[in-house]
Design a protein. Structure first.
Length: 283
């Protein structure tokens, strides 16, 4: 009886193993495209990063393109031919201007020429900045800072913003750097999503209105906290929103989403922003 059971078991294993089918897929080869990334603002010169796309099955680093021709146009007129500074980065000594529209064209041997368009938004309108001390919470030993101001939204268009905060600090080696300051929106709404230390939101709840913003800054009142309020283009907003969603790729409960792209015939982002920096300090 034991031999019979062993024979039956061996037969079942043989049948199960024989059910395995190997299917070879003939996947199309990857055709590299130009990857172009540039976010412009009126306080900095044009900077563009150019590299080559790679297959989803590749584990190597992206290859920078060092022989590209990068040109920026305003109203159809060439305003800047950017120069390579190495590692796929290109720059010029010219700065974008507020409320101006720009077109960028990038070409390189072996790649299809790409182009994209964006603009530099108007400066965000901020008024009535106030700051106050916040008493320590039950589990805290030090005071923090409350800041409030009025943000006046333009009623003629959909507007998008981000806010971030930092304070000057030094490392143990004595090197100066900007230390991010955590913040909480206490009124009238919460941020829609975040990326690193930037809090993004749109004007969908206050379109065309002057809205009071109240922030709780996790920094000592006597220390200066710099709050950066940025008016950003729609493509900047949607790029970061989809990039943030893609960062949850290991979460099986989240539906995958492609990252927004406004580079024609290529991949990447060409966007603009205009920032106002507020210095918050309580004496």
């Amino acid at each position: 009886m034991m031999r019979k059971q062993i024979s039956i078991l061996a037969l079942l294993l043989s049948v199960l193993c024989s059910c395995e089918t190997v299917i070879e897929l003939d996947l199309p080869g990857h055709e590299p495209r130009l990857v172009v990334n540039s976010v412009i603002n009126p306080d900095s010169a044009f900077v563009v990063d150019v590299s080559a796309s790679q297959s989803a099955f590749s584990a190597g680093a992206h290859q920078p393109i060092t022989n590209a021709m990068v040109q920026v146009y305003q109203a159809g007129q060439l305003v800047s031919s950017l120069q390579s500074i190495g590692n796929g980065k290109y720059t010029s000594d010219q700065k974008p201007q507020p409320l101006q529209h720009y077109t960028m064209q990038v070409s390189a041997a072996g790649f299809t020429t790409v182009d994209a368009a964006t603009f530099v938004p108007a400066s965000p309108i901020i008024r009535d900045l106030r700051a106050a001390r916040v008493a320590p919470a039950a589990d805290m030993y030090e005071e923090t800072t409350a800041a409030s101001f009025i943000l006046a939204d333009n009623p003629e268009q959909d507007n998008f913003y981000y806010i971030q905060a930092y304070t000057p600090d030094t490392t143990y080696e004595g090197k100066a750097y900007r230390r991010s300051v955590n913040m909480e929106f206490t009124a009238p709404f919460e941020e829609e999503f975040t990326m690193e230390d930037r809090y993004f939101f749109s004007d969908k709840l206050f379109n065309g209105k002057s809205v009071p913003l109240e922030l709780h800054l996790q920094n000592l009142p006597a220390n200066t906290t710099y709050v950066r309020v940025a008016h950003i283009t729609p493509e900047y907003y949607h790029y970061v929103r989809t990039l943030e969603k893609q960062s949850y790729k290991d979460n099986f409960s989240t539906t995958p989403e492609s990252v927004a792209n406004n580079i024609k015939n290529g991949i990447g982002i060409f966007a603009g922003y205009h920032v106002v920096t507020l210095a918050v300090k309580v004496k």
